[in-house]
Design a protein around this ligand. Structure first.
Ligand code: FPP
Length: 237
């Protein structure tokens, strides 16, 4: 049964965790877990489209992930590039608009090129907005936001007395999107891992023990249904 429109979150954010464990439990190299994870991404994007969710942000590569072995980082970047190249026609067909947040200039040149190509190709779509967090760190984003605000003050565009929550939000990578309503984390870990630290202030959390490659549309629906049962009070009574 599909949840009622009222209970559907406008913005879902996901920490896709457990690819490595999924592979290890099968005696496979870690990259096989990431490949299976990419298949789960496809299914999840489709599921969000079916549920008429407007924004989906996926934590695909953190600023800290650069510390992983070079071979894994390289394989992940190749996988991302391949995924974008292969799936852009499908994104177009499904009316998905691709966006990205993070320190994107840290990505390998080929990856950046493909990313911008896919973003441009899907810019006119008005269905689901799929936001990939790449080389993304929540603390770095806040630092970048502060620098951007300081620049605006120096240039005389704003007075520092005008700085408030709303204005600061407009200097973050996520300035074009509403805050997530629902955060899903797979593999049972109860951490934020430096993801959207500012934006998740009043987001409902859903943690599932399932490893990311095993996450299906059914699991997405279960999370959305659970979200529909939550009472959001934003600090009020
Ligand atoms: C966390 O699992 C996952 C990642 C760091 C990468 C996420 C990448 C994908 C899902 C595939 C590619 C993405 C796209 C958008 C095509 P982990 O490696 O930390 O797992 P572990 O905690 O079990 O080791």
């Amino acid at each position: 049964m599909a949840p009622s429109a009222k209970s559907v979150p406008q913005h879902v954010a996901i920490i896709m965790d457990g690819n490595g464990r999924w592979a290890k439990s099968r005696g496979l190299p870690r990259i096989k877990g990431h490949e299976a994870g990419a298949k789960a991404v496809r299914e999840c994007v489709e599921g969000c489209g079916d549920l008429k969710i407007e924004y989906l942000t996926l934590y695909a590569f953190s600023a800290e992930n650069w510390q992983r072995p070079k071979s894994e980082v390289f394989a992940l970047m190749r996988l991302l590039e391949k995924f974008l190249k292969e799936k852009t026609p499908e994104l177009l067909e499904k009316n998905v608009r691709l966006q990205a947040i993070g320190r994107l200039t840290n990505l390998p040149e080929a990856c950046q090129k493909q990313l911008h190509k896919s973003i441009e190709a899907t810019a006119g779509n008005n269905g689901l907005t799929l936001i990939l967090a790449l080389s993304y760190g929540g603390r770095l984003e806040i630092i970048d936001g502060i620098k951007s605000l300081l620049r605006a003050v120096e240039l005389g565009h704003i007075d520092k007395a005008m700085i408030d929550v709303e204005m600061f939000s407009k200097h973050l990578y996520t300035r074009y999107y509403p805050d997530p309503d629902l955060l899903i984390r797979t593999s049972g870990e109860m951490r934020l891992s430096n993801f959207l630290l500012w934006q998740l202030s009043y987001t409902e959390m859903f943690v599932t023990p399932k490893l990311w490659p095993d996450f299906t549309k059914k699991d997405l629906l279960a999370a959305v249904e659970e979200f529909g049962r939550r009472q959001r009070r934003y600090g009020a009574v």
